[in-house]
Structures are given as structure tokens and as C-alpha cells.
Write a protein that binds this ligand. Structure first.
Ligand code: ATP
Ligand code: MG
Length: 458
């Protein structure tokens, strides 16, 4: 069970935070001031500490100098309006976040949800195991299916090490969220986590994006540029869609991984790198090697600790759990109280989810918009009948520009494929790279806001 410490003499705030922590299955300790907080930290290291900036004996900022376990404790500062500036200072000092009083319930819940939960490997009592199952998530990853629990165990084991991790799984299964979780559970958690989509950067720019360049090293290089390796220093670099990286660059990447050093384009100076690599692919790597898209030597170097993220259709009732979570999120954002009907839940369970969790999230969003109070099978079903592309039509008025037609067709095809870009590119008869380039050019289609949307993008 994760442990929370609440430090401050404002009894009302303390009570609000304590109640939510308990509801989220945290054990809690409270301290009214700094001295008392030290005693509490010594008796049990908190996973998260809420510290009031205005303490009887001084500033909450002093808590930083007193606690040694900053690497493993998230410190959240509590600020009154007048102290917001020092809260910003606190973020600079390494606080995980700050809350302005009176605390916002949802933000607090979100912060607690981010605290990684470790499932103990041995000696977990029946009661503890029950609590973990009820909580139903591992950091930001939701789900209690046996395949997911196995995954959580493996993540828990590999995260604190320096091992390179290779995440494999279909599109939308949660590779990026798994990579973030590994980073959050590692000793590098206070350093940057940088996701890089190797398929989305143009081949002309990717080398300079990854390794950086010196001023004047090529036309257009009008100043020095720090690449991802430098910017992620001390932290984790998430190389997504690794099979989309140009082959020549794969050679260079391998060299960096082997020597721990790299050079900016246009420089002879070797820079040492302290970066942990997590790579991901939604292709079968063996096939990618056979197709000549992935170098065998790089694959061996990355495949130190492979993790397979299971497709949603193998996760049983997690489909319902996830759907309810996404719905709750939308309800909270829109101040509604829509519910799923039983038939709706049954129809979700019967579908095979080729686009996995991302597709499920999109469906719930769409059904949420279409339904008034109860989301039933009818609201969900039209999206789930596997239509052939020929079965859907786009009405395009004469007078529309070709560029606009292109844009509409791309978004409609993506929607048809549940957001699975590879499938959409195949149907459209364009390469995945072209699809990415177009999507970047067009920007995101208009959707209603949801906090569950992908947060980290480069
Ligand atoms: N276990 C989970 N719990 C909650 N949300 C999840 C889970 N798995 C995935 N998601 C959500 O589903 C969406 C897709 O996840 P993510 O981007 O991590 O998938 P991916 O495997 O990287 O997909 P792709 O191969 O297309 O890049 C994200 O919005 C993510 O937050
Ligand atoms: Mg991804």
C-alpha cells in the first residue's frame, strides 16, 4: 500500500487530503510542523508528501533540505493564493507539483493516481492483494486482468535497473504509458522523460533531432541545436516506432548505445551520454529484420528486457473497467452523470478492439457525445460494426479544395481504423511516414477535451 504524509497545521485541508488518500487506498501519516514531519519520515518513507508552504516553524520549502528521499518521494506543495510564487520556486527546487488551497479534488486525485504502486513480489497478504485489485491500477496504467498483473510485476522489477527495455505490442495497447511508468518508477524519475516518435520526424531532420548539430553544419543550421540525447541527459529517452528509424541512423544509434558517447552533427567533440533507452515497436521485430527495416545488431542491443503489452481483447473485464474510467473522466470534465447501459457494456465486451485502448477511448468519447443520459448498445454499435471502407462515404461539396479533401479522407479513414495508423496508411495506399507527415501538417482533428488524452508528445 502506498504511503502519504500530510504536513501542515491547517486542519481542514489536512482532513480533505487524508480522506481522499484513504479512499484511494493510501496509508497516511500527519504532522503539524517540520519537526514532527521528520519523525514521521523516519518511521515510514512516504511515496507522496503534501507539505503546506506556510508552516508554524517556517517555510514548507525547508522540508526539501530535510528529506533525503526526494528521489522516491513526490513532494506536493500546498499554497495559499499569496504564496503561489514560492510554489513556483518549489517546482524549481524539485517539487513534483503544487496545489492551491482550497485543494481541487480532481487534481488531487490525479496526483495520487500518478504515484506508482508496487505490487509486492513476496509476502503480500491476502488483504493487501485484495486492496491492490480494488484499486485496479499501476501508476497511470489501469487494469486488473492476469496478463496486466504479470506485466506490472515485470515493470516493477525492471524499472529501478538501468536495463534497456523493448516494448512490443499492437497499436494503442499502451506502450507509451508503460514507458512513462517505467521512468516514473526509476531513480531517473526527477530527470526528463523524452518520447521521440522515430516515424514522425522527417528523415532529413531525424539525425539532427536525435544528436543535435553545430551552427553552420548544414544549410539552415543557423544556430547550435541540442538533440534528444543531450536534452534527456540523466533521464530516459523513449524511442517509439524504432523500426521506422532510417537504417543509417540505426548504425549511429547502436554506436552511441555501445560507447555511451555521441557527437553533434558538424562536431568532432565526443559528448558522454547518461540516458536510459526504452524502445517500442508495434511491428514484429523479427519480421522487421527480415524486411530489412530493423538492423539485427541494433535489435540485439535493444532487446535486453522485452516486454509484451497484451492486446485489449486478451484483458477480459478490463474493457469494462477502462470504459467506465474514460466515461467518469468525461462526466467530470463536462459536469454530467451519463452511465453505460448493461447492453452497452455487453457490446463492448463482444468487440475485438483492433485499435486497443485508444480505440476504446475514442468509442466512449463518441458515444458520450451521441447519448443523453444512458449510453446504450445502439450508441456504441454503429462504430463497432466492422465496415469495409467502401461501406462508408464522405460527402464532399464541389468547390472543396483538393487539400481539404485529402485532410477529410485521412481523418475519416483513421477513424474507420480506430486510430490504427498502419491500417489507415495501407487503406489509403500511402506509407506510414507520409501519413505521419500529413497528420503533423493538419494538426489534431477537433475532439472534446479529455484529460485521458495522450499527454506527452514531442
Ligand atoms: N492500461 C491503460 N490504462 C489507461 N489508459 C491507457 C492504458 N493503456 C493505454 N491507455 C491510453 O490509451 C491511449 C493509447 O496508449 P499509448 O499511446 O500508450 O499506446 P501505444 O501502444 O503507444 O500506441 P501506438 O502504437 O499507436 O503508438 C492513451 O491515451 C493512453 O493513455
Ligand atoms: Mg505510442
Amino acid at each position: 500500500m502506498p504511503h502519504a504524509l500530510i504536513v501542515g497545521d491547517d486542519i481542514h485541508t489536512r482532513e480533505v487530503i487524508a480522506a481522499l488518500c484513504l479512499a484511494e487506498n493510501f496509508s497516511i501519516a500527519v504532522a503539524s510542523g517540520l519537526r514532527e514531519s521528520l519523525v514521521q519520515v523516519a518511521s515510514q518513507r512516504p511515496d507522496i508528501a503534501f507539505v503546506d508552504l506556510a508552516l508554524p516553524e517556517g517555510s514548507g520549502l525547508d522540508f526539501f533540505s530535510q528529506i533525503e528521499s526526494r528521489k522516491t518521494t513526490d513532494i506536493v506543495l500546498l499554497a495559499g493564493d499569496a504564496t503561489v510564487e514560492s510554489a513556483v520556486e518549489a517546482l524549481r527546487m524539485g517539487a513534483a507539483d503544487y496545489l492551491v488551497k482550497p485543494v481541487n479534488f480532481r487534481r488531487l486525485q490525479w496526483l495520487l493516481g500518478r504515484v506508482p504502486r508496487r505490487f509486492e513480489r513476496k509476502g503480500m497478504s491476502g488483504m493487501q492483494r485484495g486492496a491492490a485489485a480494488r484499486v485496479g491500477h499501476f501508476g497511470p496504467m489501469l487494469g486488473t486482468a492476469p496478463v496486466m498483473r504479470k506485466l506490472y510485476h515485470r515493470i516493477d522489477r525492471v524499472a529501478p535497473t538501468e536495463a534497456t527495455v523493448l516494448l512490443l505490442g499492437e497499436s494503442g495497447t499502451g506502450k507509451e504509458i508503460a514507458a512513462q511508468t517505467i521512468h516514473d518508477l526509476s531513480l531517473r524519475r526527477r530527470q526528463p522523460f523524452l518520447p521521440v516518435n522515430c516515424g514522425a520526424i522527417s528523415p532529413q531532420l531525424i539525425e539532427s533531432e536525435i544528436f543535435g548539430h553545430e551552427k553552420g553544419s548544414f544549410t539552415g543550421a543557423d544556430r547550435q541545436h541540442k538533440g534528444y540525447f543531450e536534452r534527456a541527459n540523466g533521464g530516459t529517452l523513449f524511442l517509439d516506432e524504432i523500426t521506422e528509424m532510417p537504417l543509417e541512423l540505426q548504425v549511429k544509434l547502436l554506436r552511441v548505445l555501445e560507447t555511451g558517447a555521441f557527437m553533434r552533427i558538424g562536431s568532432n567533440l565526443e559528448l558522454a551520454t547518461d540516458v536510459r533507452i526504452i524502445a517500442a515497436s508495434n511491428r514484429d521485430p523479427e519480421e522487421a529484420i527480415a524486411d530489412g527495416r530493423l538492423r539485427l545488431d541494433l535489435y540485439h542491443r535493444l532487446n535486453v528486457f522485452p516486454l509484451l503489452i497484451p492486446p485489449l481483447r486478451e484483458r477480459g473485464t478490463d474493457v469494462e473497467l477502462l470504459a467506465r474510467f474514460f466515461l467518469e473522466d468525461l462526466n467530470a470534465m463536462n459536469q454530467t452523470a451519463k452511465v453505460l447501459s448493461e447492453e452497452g457494456v455487453a457490446s463492448l465486451a463482444a468487440y475485438h478492439w483492433p485499435g486497443n485502448v485508444r480505440e476504446l477511448r475514442n468509442y466512449v468519447q463518441r458515444a458520450f457525445i451521441l447519448s443523453d443520459q444512458v449510453i446504450d448498445a445502439a450508441a456504441l454499435a454503429p462504430a463497432m460494426t466492422t465496415q469495409s471502407p467502401a461501406g462508408l462515404a464522405l460527402a464532399i461539396p464541389v468547390g472543396t479544395s483538393l487539400a481539404e479533401v485529402d485532410r477529410k479522407l485521412i481523418f475519416a479513414t483513421l477513424e474507420l481504423c480506430g486510430g490504427v495508423k498502419k491500417r489507415a496508411a495501407d487503406i489509403l495506399g500511402i506509407s506510414l511516414k507520409t501519413l505521419y507527415n500529413r497528420l503533423e501538417e493538419y494538426g489534431p482533428p477537433a475532439v472534446i477535451q479529455s484529460p485521458a488524452q495522450d499527454r506527452s508528445q514531442v
